[in-house]
Design a protein around this ligand. Structure first.
Ligand code: GLC
Length: 737
């Protein structure tokens, strides 16, 4: 008798609902009540008027909400405004389904951090995760449920303005950064009130447009797509990204928004993605311009069939899906799947329990631009700065000196928060002048001059240059703040000439002629061709667009209060003719040889970049021992310990990012001469040495062979270590089958 009793007690100890998840039941019951029009309404997203991020604006989106034809609104933020819109949905529609609010919280919400390309130069994954977390804290306090970030598009062409929004050229590093940013935005608990849903974009390969021209076609081998461009999207999804955004471009002629292989076979069947897919802005409508749809109806059919769940700013689903279903050109089950995915996201956000839980003005006040955000903004900005050049150790500056602070970025507050700066208040940004004056603490002397306009629109600027030259002649050192205005990078901002604007270069030439030492401080959203600047400036400090605390962070570096440790995540070319240029190149059958004519080279430029991937100087020096291997033959299942001893051989403490690369010397497919496979950030006191190691496994050696199988092949490998992708120590080993 005892045994059945124990069994009964055991079975009844589990809550009955554990068998059928509450969410599934709730959504099934809700969908059973929904009409087809209400279901399609959930698949529509329209923009509010708080930001313009595309061509068309649907003025009557509020009416559409009342008619139950809107599932999501983008470009609406603020506890008050989102509450007002949510009220329309949950109090005026038949089924009271709450809206989900999406917004481009790319590098901060109100407190702005460095643009993502700049922040990636910190190589500090924990720091980048924290930036995403703090941005989510602010955004979620101001009614935002969902950010259209991280943008993880690999980019190797600085002509493309959106290179500013990603994490550079390397798929392995880009994948680690994508994971960190997803973790930061979403946290571990779906729907936490201080986090937002992430949206990995732009799926896929948007960063490889032909000729670097935004929105242009993308065309590459499947091997290149899978080895170089897809990994960061997969990493973001493996890290739990709740949503995916389709990209504007076509891949080999098939636009992503109509690409069933991409959105269903790869994303759902191979990668097991369970979230929902949103298109980019009017991307469904644009299938007509792409030439794959004859009209809006066919565009609708292609997008839904491919696997799109939510249409951004198009309005085509409402117009066309009912007829397509009636004509048996669309399967109603597809609609039900999309609607369920969207409702699941709303359920996980807790919006069915409390549609206003993210729209509480009282809750927002102590969170937005709070001390923790401002302190982090300065820390992440400092760590994003890359010291490209420092001849004669001109830097750090002496506070007691007379500094001529010159250039159109001296007092600039708007551009230093960069593009995609969300609800950022540029008037609260710290300019370079404010930062430098605060840092010098009354010592020495600062004289300033604008020297040039940001972009020369009014002919010559002799008067500005003459004033700057006069000021420079009376100073010990020139700090010259030049660069691109923020609108020269970001969306729809490709450039054929990736240089500092010519009028600013004229100022540089004039100041160089004075013979005064020049510290060039750069503000830019892409790698620039810096041949002239490298010739004329004694020191070059790459500051990207550092956000709200820009001026303080730059001053911390210029005066040596912080020893710069940033490393490039993109290659800087000598000139545009070298583009695309990146470190993970192939050797080719005729690698460059100065002694031989018939080798791969240019007649008018080197093959080498001006500053390579992984480059970044410090105010101290680091030296590397030879690379040590725990074995010289590696078998399947074994690990190989790769180690190197790094010494701080300079005069002050500093941080180094030790990078590890591999090269598969012989394989059935030619392999890049080096590929990043690990890195470690170490802080060394002056004179200190430390061994840095990484455990290499077979996973690090895989590639797509001729049969497109992800595998390893036996043979010789090189493994390299160093402080950038060019100056490396190496060792070799053999992989045994
Ligand atoms: C824009 C961008 C995309 C952004 C979206 C919403 O066109 O391509 O990155 O998230 O529209 O603003």
């Amino acid at each position: 008798m005892i045994r059945p009793l124990i069994l009964f007690l055991f079975l009844t100890s589990f809550p009955v609902h554990a068998a059928v998840p509450k969410m599934d039941t709730f959504i099934t019951q809700l969908m059973a009540k929904m009409t087809l029009e209400e279901k399609i309404g959930q698949m529509e997203q329209y923009t509010a008027e708080m930001a313009v991020t595309g061509n068309s604006i649907k003025g009557d989106y509020r009416d559409e909400i009342i008619k139950g034809r809107v599932g999501s609104i983008l470009n609406a933020h603020g506890a008050k405004f989102t509450r007002e819109l949510q009220k329309i949905a949950v109090e005026n529609t038949r089924l009271k389904i709450p809206l989900i609010f999406g917004y481009d919280v790319i590098h901060g919400f109100k407190t702005i951090f460095p643009i993502p390309l700049g922040e990636s130069s910190s190589w500090d994954l924990k720091l980048m995760e924290k930036s995403a977390r703090l941005a989510a804290n602010e955004a979620a306090a101001e009614g935002v449920h969902w950010t259209f970030a991280p943008m993880v598009d690999i980019a190797r062409d600085p002509r493309w303005g959106r290179i500013a929004e990603g994490a550079g050229e390397d798929p392995w590093l880009g994948s680690r950064i994508a994971e960190a940013r997803v973790r930061g935005f979403q946290g571990d608990v779906p729907g936490a009130q201080d986090r937002v849903l992430a949206c990995v974009k732009h799926f896929a390969a948007y960063g490889a447009p032909i000729a670097g021209r935004d929105y242009n076609s993308v065309d590459m081998s499947e091997r290149e797509l899978r080895e170089t461009y897809l990994p960061p999207y997969a990493a973001a999804i493996n890290a739990g990204a709740a949503t995916v955004m389709t990209s504007f471009n076509d891949i080999a002629g098939v636009p992503s928004t109509a690409n069933e292989w991409l959105l269903t076979d790869l994303l759902r069947r191979q990668w097991k993605f369970k979230g929902f897919v949103v298109t980019d802005y009017t991307a469904v409508n644009e299938l007509i311009q792409h030439g794959v749809a004859a009209d809006e109806k066919q565009a609708t059919q292609l997008a839904v069939r491919a696997g799109v769940d939510l249409e951004m700013q198009g309005g085509l689903f409402t117009k066309n899906v009912p007829a397509l279903i009636k004509e048996h050109k669309l399967n109603r089950a597809l609609i039900d799947k999309s609607v369920r995915r969207i409702l699941e996201a709303k359920y996980k956000l807790g919006l069915f329990n409390d549609p206003y839980r993210f729209s509480d003005e009282q809750r927002a006040q102590p969170i937005v631009m709070a001390r923790d955000k401002m302190e982090h903004a300065r820390e992440v900005a400092r760590r994003s700065i890359v010291l490209l050049k420092n001849s004669r150790s001109l830097l750090p500056l002496k506070r007691a000196s007379t500094i001529a602070l010159i250039g159109p970025f001296v007092d600039n507050q708007r551009d230093v928060i960069g593009n995609w700066s969300a609800a950022g208040d540029w008037k609260k940004a710290v300019s370079l002048a404010v930062g430098i004056n605060a840092a010098r603490a009354g010592q020495g002397k600062i004289v300033t001059a604008q020297g040039a306009e940001l972009v020369d629109s009014k002919g010559s600027t002799d008067a500005l240059i003459n004033e700057a030259v006069t000021k420079a002649k009376n100073a010990d050192v020139v700090v010259l703040a030049l660069g691109e205005p923020e609108w020269m990078s970001g969306e729809a901002a490709s450039r054929t000439r990736v240089r500092v604007p010519e009028n600013q270069q004229a100022l540089l030439r004039a100041l160089h002629a004075t013979g005064k030492p020049i510290v060039l401080v750069l503000f830019n959203g892409r790698p620039l061709a810096l041949e002239l600047e490298n010739e004329m400036a004694d020191a070059i400090v790459e500051t990207w667009f550092l956000g709200t605390q820009s001026g303080h962070a730059i001053a911390d570096v210029l005066f040596g209060d912080y020893n710069p440790a940033g490393k490039l995540t993109v290659t800087f070319p000598v000139n545009e003719g070298q583009i695309p240029i990146y470190y993970a190149t192939k050797l080719t059958g005729r690698p460059f040889n100065a002694k031989s004519k018939y080798t791969s080279k240019y007649l008018d430029a080197s093959n080498e970049p001006l500053f390579p991937f992984g480059w970044g100087l410090s105010y101290t020096n680091f030296t590397y021992s030879s690379v040590q291997l725990s074995r010289d033959r590696l078998r399947p299942g074994q690990k190989l310990k790769v180690s190197v001893t790094v010494t701080n051989s300079g005069a002050r403490d500093g941080e180094e990012t030790v990078q590890f690369y591999i090269h598969d010397l012989v394989a059935s497919v030619s392999r890049p001469v080096k590929q990043l496979r690990s890195f470690a950030k170490i802080f060394l006191k002056k004179g200190e040495s430390r061994e840095v190691a990484f455990e290499l496994s077979l996973e690090d050696l895989k590639f797509y062979n001729q049969a497109m199988k992800w595998t390893t092949e036996p043979g010789r490998f090189k493994v390299m270590a160093g402080g950038n992708s060019r100056d490396l120590k190496e060792a070799s080993f053999t992989l045994i089958n």
